[in-house]
Design a protein. Structure first.
Length: 391
């Protein structure tokens, strides 16, 4: 393996974001030698992070199994006890943890907090070499190995390359996997606020003429927002001064929590759907945003990436000793195991995005009737909640 390389590993993970770090940490129970390649050392501060994720109970259990969950600062996390979804013409859909037989629907947590704990974990991991800062320059595949050459000239041999380097994945592109990007012509505007009134662990989501606005509860009287909105409107929000932005966000949310005060600057990022024709190739597996992206209205975000890491690591940890970890048949098992959930969520979020685009009166009424009808059907509601909790 990698006869021309000075370093050889069973698994080389490219990308030290949440999915890549979780993948590395999940392989600690294996006998595999692992390397993680990351371009820059992360910098952590105590300031609130505007990158917020709703972590499903299934992924909370995954992080607990990694030894991460218990180290997260619970004073900076908030359980979601209920969710209210409101349409643009009286439609309404409510979920509660109590009604679903669980203690919480999700946990709201900062991206940087999870990354910090994962980073500290892999730094101490006995079977892992952390190569940081290190940037990839070239990648080639042979029958029995892959070779990754770094910018500093080092050559790394691997049985398996895991691409965890985001939607613009250098690894995926260099390996020749072309993907399809479908832009939504929207921005995702994110920011954190303090509110006059207590949110009581309720997450809110409004489907309106200016996109989808989500308020996610944070500890204390704080919320994090994600406003998926047409680009022009998104740019106008980012141009507002803090006082005007607070007033605009409060108004869009019907002032459900009273007056808002900005605690992190607003940021915007373009929204697009990315579909990859395949998530594996001989000696290559894609995870996280390198494998798929979806519209943020579902709140799944990193949950898909964590589940990618969980499934792929389980396959590698439990494989027979004589089976090569880069074996294409083995990797196809990972692809099949993840395909249904990814394709389903991409289809559902894409359809919801299309459904709540500006439309005539008839479609507006129909989509709001649909929300109200779902709200009156316990079996349908239970199926929706159970699927979300398991993802």
């Amino acid at each position: 393996m990698g006869d021309n390389c000075s370093m050889n590993f069973d698994v080389v993970i490219v990308g030290g974001g949440l999915a890549g770090l979780a993948m590395a940490a999940a392989l600690r129970r294996s006998t595999l030698s692992v390397a993680l390649v990351e371009g820059r050392q992360p910098v952590f501060t105590d300031a609130w992070d505007s990158r917020i994720y709703a972590i499903s109970p299934a992924n909370a259990r995954f992080l607990e199994a990694l030894g991460i969950w218990s180290h997260l600062d619970k004073a900076r996390m908030e359980p979601v006890r209920a969710m209210e979804i409101l349409g643009d013409d009286g439609g309404r859909l409510n979920f509660t943890a109590y009604g679903s037989g669980v203690s919480e629907l999700a946990w709201i947590a900062e991206s940087s907090m999870m990354q910090r704990e994962l980073w500290e974990t892999v730094k101490r991991q006995g079977n892992l070499s952390l190569l940081c800062p290190a940037s990839p320059k070239d990648l080639s595949f042979e029958l029995d190995s892959a070779q990754l050459t770094l910018e500093d000239g080092r050559c790394i041999g691997a049985r398996l390359i895991v691409a965890a380097d985001g939607a613009e994945s250098w690894t995926r592109t260099t390996a020749g996997i072309a993907v399809r990007f479908d832009p939504y012509d929207q921005l995702g505007v994110v920011a954190n606020f303090e509110s006059d009134q207590a949110h009581r662990g309720v997450a809110f989501q409004w489907f309106g003429k200016e996109g989808v606005l989500a308020w996610l509860p944070l500890p204390g009287n704080r919320i994090s927002i994600v406003w998926s909105t047409p680009e022009e409107h998104g740019r106008s929000l980012l141009a507002l001064d803090p006082v005007a932005l607070c007033a605009r966000v409060a108004e869009a949310g019907s002032e459900r929590l009273g007056t808002l005060k900005l605690i992190t600057p607003a940021r915007g990022f373009p929204l697009r759907l990315m579909r990859a024709p395949q998530s594996v190739a001989p000696r290559l597996a894609l995870i996280g945003d390198a494998a798929h992206t979806i519209h943020p209205l579902s709140g799944h975000g990193i949950n898909l990436g964590y589940q990618d890491a969980k499934v792929l690591s389980n396959i590698l940890c439990n494989k027979p000793g004589h089976v090569d970890c880069g074996d294409f048949g083995l990797l196809r098992g990972y692809e099949r195991a993840r395909k249904e959930e990814v394709v389903t969520l991409q289809a559902v979020t894409d359809s919801l995005h299309d459904l709540f685009q500006p439309a005539g009166v008839r479609l507006t009424r129909l989509r709001n009737i649909g929300l109200n009808l779902t709200n009156t059907l316990p079996v349908v509601k239970d199926l929706l909640v159970r699927y979300a909790l398991a993802s």
